[in-house]
Ligand binder design. Structure first.
Ligand code: SF4
Ligand code: MG
Length: 318
């Protein structure tokens, strides 16, 4: 908040944001829900980076995780099912100076919002997109979602899901102009924090798949990974997600992976569900960003915009 200058006078910053400045309403997720740890990680990152709350916008669709904007002391937009990304892209295209966070889920993003997911990745607008993946539609009480594993018993498939899970990592890596793809787990706060921080620092569309515990409707799907961390493959590289040694040693199964290597990233992602990677799979900081290419007119005044609009109509009439 303040520090001593060389002349021993106090250097008091005009504004300092504490964790409480990023807190919204009381979180109403179930006890033990992984969403709590993600919310804490986001608030800590906002505090550590001193992001002005009035320049920060959290956007969501529908689902348990989509309640996140209510719990942040920032601007927010709780949208329609599957429509978080078009709302976020709309905000970013006209207000590129705002810091955009998106909270979505496996049902919200990978099913009903699948078309938006593909085009938003390709547009590569600068935003941090967190997909809370608990392998079910939880808000609507345990329906099969695109990432439900084969045989998972749900209310829509009481005898067990009849298809193997969709792999959102390989799909995202296959979209042209993809620039940042990472995966993490909610039950390791250090890795979660560093992954989301790296995603936020990336200038472009960063997609973070978060394996998120839902103790109510899918309590067993990630239990084996928690009981046996060797089933998780920790990706390491100086250009990837860096965590402290005492955290990394919790994962006996590790692999060096250069995140600029797309074909290797694809191979690692395709090994799911036999091997669950966490870390940075792919990063291309040079991918073009749509909000930069389409910024014409952003700084025009209303008069100027009206004149340009009328001219465009006149040109059409000729
Ligand atoms: Fe979290 Fe599951 Fe409860 Fe939803 S139903 S708040 S995902 S524990
Ligand atoms: Mg879900």
């Amino acid at each position: 908040m303040f520090g001593l200058k060389a002349d021993w006078s106090l250097d008091i910053k005009k504004r300092y944001f504490a964790l409480g400045d990023y807190a919204g309403g009381e979180a109403r997720w179930c006890p033990g829900c992984g969403d709590h740890t993600v919310l804490t990680a986001i608030q800590r990152i906002c505090r550590d980076k001193q992001l002005p709350p009035e320049k920060t916008v959290c956007v969501s669709g529908i689902g348990c995780s989509s309640r996140l904007p209510h719990y942040m002391g920032t601007y927010g937009f709780h949208g329609l099912h599957g429509r978080a990304l078009p709302v976020a892209c709309g905000i970013k295209s006209r207000r590129p100076e705002l810091d955009i966070w998106v909270a979505t889920g496996d049902g919200d993003c990978y099913s009903i919002g699948a078309g938006h997911w593909i085009h938003a990745v390709r547009y590569n607008m600068d935003m941090t997109v967190l997909v809370f993946d608990n392998n079910v539609y939880a808000l609507t009480k345990k329906q099969t979602s695109p990432t439900s594993g084969l045989g998972l018993k749900t209310n829509t498939h009481p005898e067990g899901a009849i298809l193997a899970a969709h792999n959102p990592l390989t799909t995202t890596l296959g979209i042209s102009n993809v620039s940042f793809v990472a995966q993490t787990i909610d039950w390791n706060p250090a890795h979660l924090y560093e992954t989301i921080k790296a995603a936020h620092e990336h200038k472009g569309f960063s997609l973070v798949s978060i394996l998120q515990r839902c103790p109510v409707y899918s309590p067993d799907v990630f239990q084996c990974l928690q009981d046996d961390p060797s089933q998780v493959l920790l990706l390491t590289d100086e250009k990837g997600i860096t965590i402290e040694k005492n955290v990394a040693r919790l994962f006996p199964n590790q692999q060096e992976h250069d995140p600029s290597n797309m074909s290797k990233a694809y191979d690692i992602a395709a090994a799911q569900p036999d091997s669950i990677p966490i870390g940075l799979l792919y990063h291309n900081p040079e991918a073009p960003r749509y909000e930069q290419l389409s910024s014409v007119g952003n700084d025009m005044g209303m008069e100027e915009k009206l004149t340009a609009f009328n001219k465009a109509l006149d040109d059409l009439a000729i």
